[in-house]
Ligand binder design. Sequence first.
Ligand code: PMP
Length: 296
Amino acid sequence: MPVEEANINIMTHAFLYGTAVFEGIRGYSTASDPGRICIFRAEEHFTRLKRSAQVLKMRLPAEMAEMLDLTRQLVARSGYRCDVYLRPLIYKSAVRIGVQLDDQQEFAMFVLPWGRKYQQGAPGVSVGISSWRRLEDNAIPSRAKINGSYVNIALSTDEVSANGLDEPLLLCENGHLAEGAGMNVFLVRHGELITPGENSNILEGITRDSLRLLAEKELGLRVIGRDVDRSELYAADEMFLCGTGAEILPVASVDRRPIGTGQPGAITCQLMQLYGRVVRGEVDAYRHWLLPVVSA
Ligand code: PMP
């Protein structure tokens, strides 16, 4: 149905309390055949959706094969012949006051055209460390992609943009780096890639996972997941943010201190180039990450 007609009651639990989980999935068209859209790592996204749902005592509405088929059908029937973004969500659908979890759920998914946030050759973004801390695992777990937790990201984004910077970085309560606003973070130091580990209140990003693998297997780099100190950010040779929506976003400065030369670094550029080819099906070894669909 048209998105404008897909409405919910204002007393819906998920609207009142933020009790929903979601995914952001990208589909890439190719210049030679714009009607053929490759959905990137769809199964991994639905697996993460399932794990997020489990935290809020919800479940995927169907088996994996059917979820993938629904996704394929939605893209095919959308008629889009360009890059797209898919947003599946599972939400608490009870219409009532009362915050307890054991209740009804619904599933929805929509698709939108979606261009690239960063064009190769553009300068990197300015980032600033937010005074808002990343949600702790025992408050609202970042490992689960829970709608209500995005207030944390909205607050930090608003703060740094009021200070004239592009993107926030959020620290954990213990002072180590967690992640950016809906993006994981990588630093390059001494020729190695470093990213906050899975116990640093991060969402375990699918782009992060893809880049780790590509960096190790294709570029022969060492990739380390560990605690990252604030001062390491200022000392980094290169830095980038990554996520489904933004892909790879080079960082030019942190708290107004330039990173490297202030231009996207060599490793960042190599990864951007490689990732750009992988998601469009130009690298045979990674075609299994793509779910091809022919749009009507
Ligand atoms: N962290 C958060 C909080 C996010 O919302 C996202 C976007 N899904 C990411 C990291 C990046 O994850 P992915 O690469 O799977 O999009």
